[in-house]
Design a protein around this ligand. Structure first.
Ligand code: AMP
Ligand code: ZN
Length: 668
């Protein structure tokens, strides 16, 4: 096979596996085998840069963050949907539709799920994905094309040359939310309350590299252009083109069919990986849609039938507090157990201390709880008619409910925090975090076991976990911990001792601002924990400052972390207990390559995609800077270069070169 044929073959294979994985949710090869294909493609493109096209899977993620939100008008407005919670309104809708058409024509409806995420418009022109735009206010949205290109469930090219304007919903699967939130917490950000907020927030990130880290999926539900006679035919055609659609529509000949479909779906929705908040009933015939038209706010040919969020009412027995890893104190309502959406609920979130005060929730109150997409049920209201006479207003705690040290608040509306770094509440939350999947992945160490380990003084920090092997006897004395389970726990710890990467370890240590992405970059720079400990914190900071993808705040935070004797001790303990945590070397930087020791910044439009130029510079031993700064050797300029960039180059004594000169340098 010629390199060009191999290239085409690899691109097609990867696209096929992306579809199985991200759309069908049924992977057909192992992650390893997939990575191998990807790796081969990258190597092939490094050797034959002329093969790189904008559609290559290696070109999905742009490494140039957008400067800010760019507004783009929609060719056709993205309307809201008229909506209702009851059946009689559906009958009225059906009557209005019939009145709007000739009385005796038959009307078919398509009934499909209303996905609860963020709406998105994606445009294909001449077979290529050219635009991704958020809904915005319906008339003008935000350009998120680079983030949309990074969503691997969407093909970059399809076999349909006509222009297609697709509308769809960006969602995050329920099961993926936990990991997204763990990463958020690691970065010091508030977790998302539900998959919808997570999807909307991730879609609009300005840096596609960060957006690409979020497990975003898209399902298309409309094709704006009338290329097919019916909506159902359009949905099927999209699916046939390899575009992700929900594939769950029913075509109904009459209203009874519509009601039956809604009923059937109401049972199905719990089993779907994403959230839905209702059904959409749409006229199937596109010619009929044209006759019906739209009001100023919504189309006359569709209506949303929403599912009411399930609620229950119960009594608050007490209000307690969760203390998180970073010290945030969250109030929780402990309830008379009540059944809600098929589970028994005994605890509900009260969000934060302002929330409790605003809603005036008191012990003894009857409250309404709801589970609407959120993982944890929440208290939505107090039923004040049921308030017993003896209740007193709730008062926020002045001290940490776990360790008794004073609790503080940085600002109005900020979380109440325990600032004691040895607070058992914080220690337990930190250990739990350390053992999660994105970190050291020792999930045999669950919350309850960690609780006991800390309470009995066996574990105080992550280092102690790896010393448990010598404490088998003490572990056997634990309630409900039989011989076999002790062995399982110890084996899982041993496995983690030997097989985790430095980046997983760094993630687990919970360095402020350091999430999984930053952790990997730091790990690749320092290779192992010994190196990090042996490097002067100032030098750690300088080296990280130079890294593409790590901001000065993160560099500073890492330096402060490794300066602190408490943290240094934990790291030494980890090493003493034989935790290896090495980082696999990615592509060994070419030593003695023609560009070794040089750093380059590339700007403007060049003859090849910027990603592949970066790859070639790195392959030649050069470093890539994302902006010109002190020490940047060359600024490579293409067309359309801003004056500011050139001025910065002049200031730092950076030599400005063109693409031809770069080629000479690459050739040595
Ligand atoms: P609303 O936000 O209540 O005005 O409802 C309109 C929104 O529902 C649209 O902007 C879409 O984002 C969303 N939606 C989700 N699923 C569908 C679907 N199957 N058909 C049409 N709209 C949908
Ligand atoms: Zn405390």
């Amino acid at each position: 096979m010629s390199p060009a044929e191999r290239h085409t073959h690899l691109c097609a294979q990867i696209a096929k596996h992306d579809y199985s994985y991200y759309v069908l949710d049924a992977p057909t090869i192992s992650d390893r085998a997939y990575d191998a294909l990807f790796h081969e493609l990258k190597a092939l493109e490094a050797a034959h840069p002329e093969l790189v096209t904008p559609f290559s899977p290696t070109q999905r993620v742009s490494d140039q963050p957008r400067e800010g939100a760019v507004k783009v008008p929609h060719d056709q407005p993205m309307y809201s949907l008229d909506n209702t919670y009851d059946e009689s309104a559906l009958r009225e809708f059906d009557r209005r539709v019939r009145d709007g058409l000739k009385r005796d024509t038959t009307v078919r409806y398509v009934v499909e799920p209303k996905l609860d995420g963020a709406s998105l418009e994606v445009i294909f022109e001449g077979g290529s994905l050219t635009h991704g735009i958020t809904r915005g206010d319906g008339r003008v949205g935000e350009d998120v094309t680079d983030n949309v290109r990074a969503i691997r469930g969407i093909p970059l090219r399809v076999d349909e040359l006509r222009r297609m304007t697709l509308r769809g919903e960006v969602v995050i699967y329920r099961r993926d939310l936990e990991e997204v939130n763990e990463a958020r917490l690691a970065e010091g950000a508030e977790p998302f309350a539900n998959p919808r907020n997570a999807a909307a927030g991730s879609l609009r990130l300005l840096d596609a590299r960060l957006s690409a880290q979020r497990p975003l999926r898209v399902f298309f539900y409309e094709l704006v252009e009338h290329l097919f006679p019916t909506h159902n035919a359009a949905l099927n055609a999209l699916r046939g083109l390899g575009l992700p659609t929900h594939g769950l529509q029913d075509v109904c000949g009459d209203l009874d069919g519509v009601f039956a479909s809604i009923k059937r779906f109401n049972r199905l929705r719990e089993t779907l990986p994403y959230e839905t908040d209702g059904m959409v009933v749409k006229v199937d015939e596109l010619a009929q849609r044209e006759l019906l038209g739209s009001t100023a706010r919504f189309p006359r040919w569709a209506i949303a039938y929403k599912f009411a969020a399930e609620q229950a009412s119960t009594r608050v027995k007490s209000i307690t507090y969760d203390v998180g890893r970073t010290g945030a104190i969250t109030p929780v309502a402990n309830l008379e157990p009540v059944s809600l959406s098929g589970t028994t609920v005994a605890r509900a979130s009260l969000h934060n201390i302002d929330y409790v005060a605003d809603k005036d929730v008191r012990i003894g109150d009857t409250v309404i709880i709801e589970k609407a997409g959120e993982i944890i049920p929440q208290v939505v209201n107090v039923d004040s008619s049921q308030r017993p006479p003896s209740t007193t207003p709730w008062k926020p705690p002045k001290a940490c409910p776990v360790c008794g040290q004073p609790a503080t608040r940085a600002a109005e509306a900020a979380a109440l925090r325990c600032t004691n770094s040895t607070c058992p509440g914080r220690v337990k939350a930190g250990l739990y975090y350390f053992t999660r999947r994105s970190a050291m992945n020792i999930d045999r160490l669950g919350k309850a076991l960690i609780e006991q380990l800390v309470d009995r003084g066996l574990v105080q920090d992550p280092g102690d976990i790896f010393g448990l092997a010598d404490k088998r006897e003490q572990l056997l004395a634990f309630e409900r911990l039989a011989n076999k389970s002790v062995d399982n726990v110890l084996n899982a710890i041993d496995e983690a001792r030997e097989h985790r990467t430095l980046s997983q370890l760094l993630t687990g240590l919970g360095i402020p601002l350091v999430g999984a992405v930053a952790a990997r970059l730091i790990a690749e720079t320092f290779q192992n924990l010994e190196n990090l400990l042996a490097t002067d914190p100032e030098e750690i900071q300088t080296r990280l400052d130079d890294l593409h993808g790590i901001g000065p705040k993160i560099a500073e935070s890492v330096a402060r972390f490794f300066e602190d004797p408490l943290h240094r001790n934990v790291c030494k303990k980890l090493l003493a207990h034989g935790v290896t945590a090495r980082q696999p070397v990615r592509e060994p930087p070419a030593k003695g390559g023609p560009l070794s020791g040089q750093s380059l910044c590339v700007t403007g439009v060049l003859s090849q995609p910027r990603n592949s130029i970066h790859e070639r510079i790195r392959a030649a031993g050069g470093q890539v800077h994302d902006r010109v700064r002190k020490g940047t050797t060359y600024l490579v300029v293409g067309d359309k270069v801003g004056k500011a960039k050139l001025a910065t180059a002049a200031k730092h004594g950076t030599e400005v070169i063109d693409e031809a000169r770069l080629e000479q340098l690459l050739d040595g």
